[in-house]
Design a protein around this ligand. Structure first.
Ligand SMILES: [Cu+2]
Length: 574
């Protein structure tokens, strides 16, 4: 069975009528090639034969055109109202031997994003950097770096990619930095990414966590970095010796080569916040290298002391909660004070009945699932959500996603005392959406539950950036926590890690008409259904209304086996 690949570009934010500075055109040939990051050769799908895939360089104001030619055995899609690439949300995937051209106006955003195939197995190898620089003549809001370097973190399974369509995904075999496993793994000791630097110069690292399922700490031996942008939104310069990136997050940071001439490890290590549910990969440090000009290779590189399991949660929280937006910087906007829609959404794992004659790996022999406000999202089967909305086709979804979970309980310290609490373990399976008026301000408090286990879930919203007004541990208590929210300089994100057993408060303006999903960016959790969708109604003008789909929008094949689980679909995402 061919797998459906979905290429989608995360969060195309604001569509404006400003004339484009340039048209940047790329051809993405999706084709299978043989690679050998560890000891065995593996055949993997790639874009243009490289892992990671090609870096796209644009300037703010440009139009990006990506011709996707699907020469693989997989089906594909990419993302913009009709090009969001969210499989079965805005379109059906591009089938093998078919093509589709995506067009995006890159406006109102600068920094680093990444394009990727959107579902479990294919994003593993189909991803790359999307770098948006200021339009010509406009400086960065920080000192100009001497050079720039993308650092793309990936996760590697030393197996046939088609074997990865499993639920849940097996433990990975390695992590890669710019496609290389480095000296922590067999057969790859001498293949390590090396960044050559000149003492005294400053470099802009464009760091992307393209791993499917793992938050990663990143640290450079003996060097501090200054974070200047997260998720392509400028930050107040923030000095740190360590950073955390959830799957899907990006960080731009300045590194000054201010140490004695030598070699220094740049390392990542997984941050595993779940308390014991799934077997964890061995905690191993994965290395790349900074090599100063003039360094001799006879001395061994300096190592970083990576966060240990014990202090990981506090280290991750310190980094995430200290990032603030660059007030008055490019594209900075005031936080809207008036809120039209207030939502309190519980998020976490749950169970569903194990089908008869099947063995399920979850607690009590059941199958693990997940939910938002006790609803497990059921992907539409035969037509995308956006087409169902646009053509007014009934029976595809219900417009009843609730503003509150069905009951109040001790969310973070879940224990079953009552029958209704027991029901919280077995969420309802439904394709339900919340409809928003154009330009309404939405506040969402996402509350992590302790059902099954607490874990940091990186929640990602398509179509919008959101302000992160606050993070906390335990239950969100409005009377106590609402007044502590940061309405002055909250950082904008498209992906945010909800602390294990804690909460985040988000706000966004629904100014992009269409169907948009809000989901956990750990691909292993997509089939769990930790997803919901918004439908943003049209605004008052044609420019603020959802346009008809392009005539060549890929159609569904009506082969339900392709769509029954989002794990079979991948998106190129930015
Ligand atoms: Cu998750």
């Amino acid at each position: 069975m061919p797998l459906a690949i979905q290429a989608f570009f995360v969060s195309l934010l604001f569509f404006s009528s400003i004339a484009s500075a340039a048209i940047v055109e790329h051809v993405f040939q999706v084709k299978n090639v043989v690679v050998k990051p560890l000891c065995k050769e593996q055949r993997i799908p790639t874009v243009n034969g490289s892992l990671p895939g090609p870096t796209i360089n644009v300037r703010e104001g440009d139009t990006l055109v990506v011709h996707v030619i699907n020469n693989s055995t997989f089906s594909i899609t990419i993302h913009c109202p009709w090009m969001d690439g969210a499989n079965m949300i805005t379109q059906c995937p591009i089938q093998p031997r078919n093509n589709f051209t995506y067009r995006f106006d890159i406006t109102g955003q600068e920094g680093t994003l990444f394009w990727h195939a959107h579902v479990v197995n294919l994003r593993a190898t189909l991803h790359g950097a999307l770098i948006i620089r200021p339009r010509s003549g406009r400086p960065y809001p920080f000192p100009k770096p001497y050079k720039e370097a993308p650092l793309v973190f990936g996760q590697w399974w030393d197996t046939d990619i088609e074997q990865l369509n499993l639920r849940p995904a097996p433990i990975c075999d390695a992590y890669l930095i710019n496609g290389l496993a480095g000296d922590s793994y067999p057969c790859s000791e001498n293949r390590m990414f090396k960044l050559k630097v000149i003492q005294g110069k400053t470099y802009l690292l464009r760091i992307i966590n393209a791993a499917l399922n793992t938050h990663l700490f990143f640290k450079i031996a003996d060097h501090n970095v200054t974070v200047v942008s997260v998720d392509a939104a400028y930050t107040t310069p923030y000095g740190s010796d360590v950073m955390i990136l959830t799957p899907g997050q990006t960080v731009d940071a300045l590194l000054t080569a201010d140490q004695p001439i030598g070699m220094y490890y740049m390392s990542i290590i997984p941050y595993l916040s779940a308390s014991s549910l799934a077997p964890a990969p061995p905690r191993k440090v994965i290395n790349s290298l900074i090599v100063y000009k003039g360094a001799t290779s006879t001395t061994s590189p300096s190592r970083s002391l990576m966060p240990s399991q014990i202090n990981s949660v506090s280290t991750a929280h310190r980094f995430s909660s200290n990032i603030t937006s660059l007030v008055g910087g490019p594209y900075w906007t005031l936080v809207p004070r008036h809120v039209d829609e207030k939502m309190f959404v519980t998020m976490g794992l749950g169970l569903e009945q194990c089908p008869s004659e099947t063995k399920c790996a979850g607690p009590s022999g059941q199958r693990i699932t997940g939910s938002l406000s006790n609803r497990t999202f059921l992907m539409p089967g035969t037509i995308s959500l956006q087409e169902a909305y646009f053509y007014n086709i009934s029976g595809v979804y219900t417009d009843d996603f609730p503003d509150q979970p069905p009951i109040k309980f001790d969310y973070a310290n879940f224990r079953v005392h009552t029958d209704s609490e027991k029901k919280m373990i077995f969420p309802e399976r439904k394709t339900s959406v919340k409809t928003l008026k154009y330009n309404s301000t939405v506040e969402i408090v996402v509350q992590n539950t302790g059902i099954i286990t607490t874990e940091s879930h990186p929640m990602h919203l398509h179509g919008f950036n959101f302000y992160v007004l606050g993070y906390g541990f335990g239950n969100y208590v409005p009377a106590r926590d609402a007044k502590k929210l940061n309405l002055v300089n909250p950082q904008m994100h498209n992906t945010v890690g909800v602390p294990p057993g804690g909460w985040v408060a988000l706000r966004f303006i629904a100014n992009n008409p269409g169907a948009w999903i809000f989901h956990c960016h750990m691909d292993a959790h997509l089939p769990y259904g930790i997803i919901m969708a918004f439908i943003v109604e049209n605004g008052p003008t044609p420019e603020t209304s959802l346009q008809p789909p392009p005539s060549n929008l890929p159609q569904c094949t009506h082969d339900p086996t392709i769509y029954e689980s989002p794990t079979t679909n991948v998106g190129l995402s930015y």
